[in-house]
Every structure is written in C-alpha cells, then in structure tokens.
Design a binder for this molecule. Structure first.
Ligand code: ATP
Ligand code: MG
Length: 553
C-alpha cells in the first residue's frame, strides 16, 4: 500500500502534545463541523484528516457535527452525502453524529443569559443601517440607539422574536461588546436573527436562528471539545469565540486554533462555486469526476488511502498556499502503480491483420497481472489473426526514436509475439484503416537469437475484445487560480472531457464499479458507476506520468 504510516508532525500536534504533557487536558477531543449546504471537497478532506487524525493518534475522540444554522441553504441530502464521504475516507465519529441544532434550546438559554447580564440587546435597525453604523477598518463604529434598552425590554423583545411576532429583518439580537474594537467582529455582532424557515432537523419549531460565531463556540463547549481547529479566515473571530465562552455559564473552555486552507491549482474549493458549477450545468453533477469533491474524485478512481496520503504530504501550517494538482495525482499514481492489475485496452483502435496466422486459430496466452508482483497472478488473453492496436503506434515510416510499428520493421506485441508490418490500407482522408502484418511464431515469451525488437506495443484481439467507452479527463479550468478571476466560469476548460470508443481485453467484462486498472502504456482507469455488463465505461483516473509540469509551462 502506498499510504505511508509515519505520523505527521505540525504545530497543532505540538500544541496538543504540550497540553497533554502539562495536564491541561487529560484527553483530546476534536470535531469536524461541516455546514450541510453542499458536498465535501478536497479542502474538507484536509480538515477531516487533521481532526480525525489527531483524535486517532492521541487516543481521543472526534465528533462529526453538522453546523446547521442556515436552514434555507441546507438539506438532508447534503447531510447524508457528508456522512457517507467521511466514512468512506476511513474515519468514524464519536457516538451519533451531532447537530448544532441539537443545542438550539441551550443556545437560546445562553442568549437570554447574555441579555440578563446586560451583554446583549435587540436592535431594530435594519441590516443596511447596522452596516452603516459599524464603521470601517479605519473608522470606529457608532453605538446603536437600541444599545441601552433595559434588560426587561430586551427580554420581552427577544421572547417576541422567538414567538414569531417580528418580521424577518425587522430586528436582531446583538452582543454588546465594543463598537470601536479594532476587530470588526467585536463591534456588537448579530447573534440571533429572525428566519421563518423550515429546518431539516428541527422542523418549524424555531423562527429565530443563532449565528455561526455564537453557535460554534457554545457547541464546542457543550461537547467538551478541547481543540477547535478551523481555517485562518476565523483568526479574528477567535476574540468573539473567547468572549462568548467567558460570558456564559458553561464549565468548559475549548480553544480555537487556525490553520491554512487547502487550495489546489486549476480547480476551485469553495462550496458556493461548486454549487454554481452543478446548477449551471458546467459539470454533470456533484460527483462528476472532474469535480474536486470527495464524491467526484472517488468516482474518478481515487482511493481513500490516496487522499489521506495527500493530506499527509501537504501538511498543516499557517501559511496560505496553492498546491499543485500533480501532488494529488502522484499519491494515486504511487498507489495504483503497486496495486492496480494490468490490462490491455486500445483507446484509438486500428485493425491489424496477421497474414501468416491461420484464419480460425485462437490461442489463449497467459499474461501477468502485475510485472513486479507474482502474487497478483496471471490472466488469460486471446490471440487471433485480427487484432486492434493504437492508431498512434503505427507509422508508414519513422526515424529511430519511434520504437513502435513501422513498415518493414518488427515490434513486440505485449505478452505475445513479434509482429512485422508489411503494408497498409488508408481511407480517402489518408487515415490508416488496416495494417497487414506477419508474425514470428517462434517469439512467444522469448527473443530470437539474431535480433531484438526495439519496442513493445499493446493490442487486443478483434474478435474477443469488448467495446468500452473511455472518458479522458483534463483539468477543469484553463488557469491555475480560477477563483481569482472576475468570473471563474469564464475559465472553464471546454475540452475537459473527451469520450473515446475503445476496445478492451475480454477479461474486463463484468468488472465491478470503481475497481481500478492500469491500461498498459496509457494510464490508470477505473470502472465508472454508469458501467454495465453490456456497456463498459471507464474513467481515466490519472496518466502514467506527470503531464502537468509540461502543460503549465
Ligand atoms: P466553503 O468555503 O467551501 O463553503 P466552508 O469553510 O464554508 O467551506 P464548512 O462546511 O463550514 O465549509 O467547513 C467545514 C470545515 O472544513 C471547517 O472547519 C472548515 O474550516 C474546513 N474547510 C473548508 N474548506 C477548507 C479548505 N479549503 N481547506 C481546509 N479546511 C477547509
Ligand atoms: Mg462555513
């Protein structure tokens, strides 16, 4: 298995080790907190591997908690896909999955506590007005005229908010902190707002919903989370996180630590953008193999181990950076090179007729499933008078660098005989339609004494081969950082999917979905979920070599 078993080290693990050594914590408790408003992507995989990984390595626990405070954008399908993806990645969460919405009663209670302490108030300014009063990075904000409303009045207003007596946008509950703070998030942030929305977990019980910053820290504290790991854009919000925990009666002090987001070249890792790709039909769905979603790359043929290995290789730091796609590809290539059975498939077939091979003869030859691993055994392949080879592997004439089939020269057919090209047919456009050859019957598994063929090409018997659709994928965007463009959809690569009609060896009939193979000389392929016994469909997972370096120059 190409997944390495070393334990990564990073600044977060160092903090955890220090906290365990000093006795600050007896055990480590983390959580992975997705909002169920889209499918998980590679960025989430980084967070999953980090959160579940430290819990595993330090004998702690990791919760899966749905951060579900925006009912309009969330739904149960997303919840289910997220659970499925986390499990598929090889992690199991502590107990049942959790929902922030499980804590709505408690959150409401803590909001009341803040009001009672004079630390929260109901503001009847609309969003626009509040924005105006908030100030800017260089100018302090201005106190709202509702800031000094009495505790009793605030309690009454908040109760009315809960009872549905105020309209959406009419008022909101704000924490009373500091309108001149250097941190914008501390300028009396909204902590509850009115939303008459049906919630996938709580139904119609609530018409007020708590904001992320208020919900997250309290959910962490309720669950006894010790280390709350999130991405760098929440760095400033840590002040608010700590402020809330300090000002409510809860007996737990989780700490937030920030690490850098994962960005990968030639793709986008933002649910909002991924939703747009799906909704506008730029891709065939969330699990389109070109998508950087877990569902997409799984369908593309990536294994969970290769994704975990990728997350190990990129590490965890506080530095924002852009990772090359070739990093990800190297992980799956390294794994499949060791594990994928070899097969022969011709993606762009032209016919070869072996003129000195008997008309009706069929030989069953044996081919190793892996060149370096005998344990993977052998398979039968059929050899007959008419074969397919790649159009690319034949030229009428060529220089010495072309080590494939040329008129008058010999080449080895992989796992079979020497083949010599004699003549060929072409159509009116000059496209070769058939190459007439002879073979040397004395060259099965051995070279003749007097000569040695320079090249080896793959082939499939025409009468035994099975037709298959093969999808060849290229990067989804034409620029390394599409997210930086004004309109990222304008950078979509129009040629990111090419479907070819291939012929594959008979042993591939009936293979099961998602199993991966190396098609000799062409790349690693996996069986698509659209594949049936009667019509095989393969996805190219990755080429045999890194072609990205070349492309981006
Ligand atoms: P998006 O911007 O794609 O909507 P998000 O941060 O809003 O992402 P959440 O569902 O809130 O998505 O994320 C769950 C967890 O995954 C959070 O802790 C978040 O910080 C982390 N996460 C999301 N994107 C990345 C990324 N690109 N790299 C690392 N971690 C990420
Ligand atoms: Mg989010």
């Amino acid at each position: 298995m190409a997944e390495t078993d070393y334990r990564p080290t990073n600044f977060i693990r160092q903090i955890i080790e220090k906290d365990l050594a000093s006795g600050l914590h007896q055990t480590v408790a983390t959580r992975f907190p997705p909002e169920p408003n889209g499918y998980l992507h590679m960025g989430h995989a980084k967070s999953i591997c980090l959160n579940f990984g430290v819990a595993q390595d330090y004998q702690g626990s990791c919760n899966l908690r749905f951060d579900d405070t925006n009912p309009e954008k969330e739904n149960i399908d997303y919840v289910n896909s997220i659970k499925n993806d986390v499990s598929w990645l090889g992690f199991s969460w502590n107990d049942e999955e959790k929902y922030s919405s499980n804590y709505f009663d408690q959150l409401y209670g803590f909001a009341v506590e803040l009001i009672e302490k004079g630390l929260a108030y109901v503001d009847f300014n609309n969003q626009e007005k509040m924005r105006e009063l908030r100030g800017t990075l260089t100018a302090p904000g201005v106190n709202s005229e509702y800031r000094d409303t009495s505790v009793e009045e605030n309690l009454a207003h908040f109760e009315k908010m809960r009872m549905g007596e105020y309209k959406e946008g009419e008022c909101s509950l704000r924490a009373k902190i500091d309108m001149s703070s250097a941190f914008m998030c501390m300028r009396d942030p909204v902590i509850y707002r009115v939303r008459f929305a049906h919630h996938h977990q709580t139904g119609d019980k609530w018409c007020i919903y708590p904001m992320y910053d208020f919900t997250h820290c309290i959910s962490d504290a309720i669950e006894g989370i010790t280390h709350s790991l999130c991405t760098l854009e929440f760095q400033d919000n840590r002040r608010l996180y700590d402020w809330v925990i300090e000002n409510i009666s809860i007996d737990c002090t989780p700490r937030q630590y920030e690490f850098s987001r994962l960005n990968v070249e030639y793709t986008v890792l933002s649910k909002r953008k991924l939703i747009q790709l799906v909704d506008e039909g730029h891709v065939a769905g969330w699990d389109d193999p070109r998508m950087p979603t877990i569902a997409g790359i799984r369908r593309r043929g990536y294994t969970a181990a290769s994704i975990r290995e990728f997350c190990k290789r990129i590490g965890v730091t506080k530095m924002d950076n852009m990772v090359e796609m070739s990093m990800l590809e190297a992980c799956i290539r390294d794994e499949l090179n060791e594990t994928a059975p070899r097969r022969m498939a011709v993606l762009d077939p032209i016919k070869v007729v072996i003129e000195n091979y008997p008309e009706d003869k069929v030989e069953i030859l044996s081919a190793p499933n892996h060149p370096n691993n005998e344990e993977m055994g052998n398979r039968d392949i059929y050899f007959s008078k008419t074969l397919y080879i790649e159009a690319d592997d034949f030229r009428e004439s060529a220089n010495k660098k072309f080590k494939r089939l040329v008129i008058g020269k010999e080449v080895r057919l992989r796992n079979a005989y020497y083949l010599k090209a004699e003549r060929f047919d072409e159509d009116e456009n000059g496209k070769v339609t058939c190459v007439y050859c002879t073979y040397d019957p004395d060259t099965l598994g051995k070279d003749p004494e007097d000569r040695k063929a320079k090249g080896v090409i793959h082939w499939v018997s025409a009468s035994h081969g099975v037709p298959a659709k093969v999808r060849l994928y290229d990067r989804l965007f034409t620029v390394p950082n599409p997210a930086a463009a004004d309109d990222f959809t304008a950078c979509i690569n129009a040629d990111s999917l090419q479907t070819v009609s291939a012929v594959v060896e008979a042993s591939l009939k009936g293979v099961s979905s998602l199993s991966g193979f190396q098609f000799e000389r062409t790349g690693y392929f996996s069986v698509d979920i659209d594949s049936t016994d009667d019509s095989l469909v393969f996805n190219r997972t990755v080429g045999l070599r890194d072609t990205w370096a070349k492309v981006s120059n």
